[in-house]
Design a binder for this molecule. Sequence first.
Ligand code: F6P
Length: 192
Amino acid sequence: PKYIWLSRHGESIYNVEKKIGGDSSLSERGFQYAKKLEQLVKESAGEINLTVWTSTLKRTQQTANYLPYKKLQWKALDELDAGVCDGMTYEEIEKEYPEDFKARDNDKYEYRYRGGESYRDVVIRLEPVIMELERQENVLIITHQAVLRCIYAYFMNVPQEESPWMSIPLHTLIKLEPRAYGTKVTKIKANI
Ligand code: F6P
């Protein structure tokens, strides 16, 4: 591919409430980001033809909603499944499942939520997405924090075990240019 853009969905209601997982809508700030995204892409690439990939969750589709490009949904881009912890805050998890909370902090890559997934599980389900991405030109991927960490680590050649700790902020468009000697990265903040 020539360019790959990565973005988290705009801020969601669950982000504001500090709850993980779920399928909530964007917050007002999140919608502001969605409305600004086309301008950010154009700043970064001019008039270019690209395809937008989202997950099947509402917040990524709402973020893509105002973009005038072809769109494709992937179930494999859905956020890491937090199983029984879905919809809880980290504080609630620590109270309800203190051992799990500790185990996750000790080995965040391997820790699998009860009834859910680990980062390793996400890396495995992303394989077909990455393969298709390698064959495409100019794709903008709008997905979730954990999923983006894995995709970003892949292109940055960072060992996957480190991906759970990488910083992928909200309301920031990341542009990747894969090259023979490494990937060039540019980040554009939306200031929202
Ligand atoms: O809080 C947003 C979120 O995308 C959650 O839905 C998800 O569980 C979490 O981030 C993943 O981040 P971490 O692996 O650091 O808990």
